[in-house]
Ligand binder design. Sequence first.
Ligand SMILES: [Zn+2]
Length: 344
Amino acid sequence: MKQAIVYHEDYNKYDLGTDHPLIGDKPKNIMAYLKEKNLLAEFQVFTPKKATEADLLKVHAAAYVDHIKKLSQTGGWLSEDTPAPKGIFEIASLAAGGSMCAGEKLFEGFQVAINPLGGFHHASKGHSSGFCFFNDIAVAIEHLRAVHHLKRFMIIDVDVHHGNGTQDIYIDDRSVMNLSFHQDGRTLYPGTGGMETLGRDDAAGYTINLPFPPGTGGVSYLNAFKAIVPPVTRQFKPDVILYQSGVDTHHVDPLADLNLTYQTYYHLAKQVEELSQETCQKLLVLLGGGYNSVACIKSYYNVFCGLLGKQEYLEEEDIPDSDPAAVRHMVSQLKASLSEYWTL
Ligand SMILES: [Zn+2]
């Protein structure tokens, strides 16, 4: 068995309220669906522990960690879109610990490890919003850097929202290649992630953003992915790949306006897994956003099918791209600006 998944019952307490898009019981529903589809047997399940304060402090400012701790005692609001329920410090620490635990499994003989409560990419060093408290992606990276002395980390973030927190943390760090595909920030939270943001100083070329116009469908999306991600990954030669596999790009997702379908997630995950096999054989998967309670579970299921290279997966009718020429144009512009750093 070469796949690991981490899961804790308390994951389902990451619940921001009944009127909030973040569904508390999503991790439980994912596990139940995998079981129903006979896929859970292909994974070894591990129980994560909370990240310690020392783990969090490798990424976050002390004042910020204290702020979350205090909010967690009383309940309150982290930001306008992010309520902080009582006890959230412990649960968010557990989510971050889950990504660390999954990362550890990559050094215990597993080539793929999944944290279903991971991918909190809006959390920056000292502030956050967008339902995120601690940036588990960065906490896992800093853990792997310290303990296993890894040198090159590749983030492939396909959540519909730009990973602004991760970008803030690594904008001037060339040891982390941070690649984010998302809906154009002029039309969606958090508003950042323009193509012109390429990294700072000697880390120029190590931040890559591809913002898609609303209405982009799976065919254009996959073509863009194929044009950029494999060549950059092969040249960067990562020691580990972190895949934020958010599925809020799905056409029925209530928070955004891209038109990906179930099969897109299968093909994306399959390609990422193949790239991992080709380069580092270490793939940490953080499931990320998804806000339609039915579609997100099916979409994540297809991520699992892609990672396992299953012949069978869920399919639905493709939704035509609203403007494929615009996406092609954007990809050629991005290729042109990256040509200074990478051969594409
Ligand atoms: Zn998202």
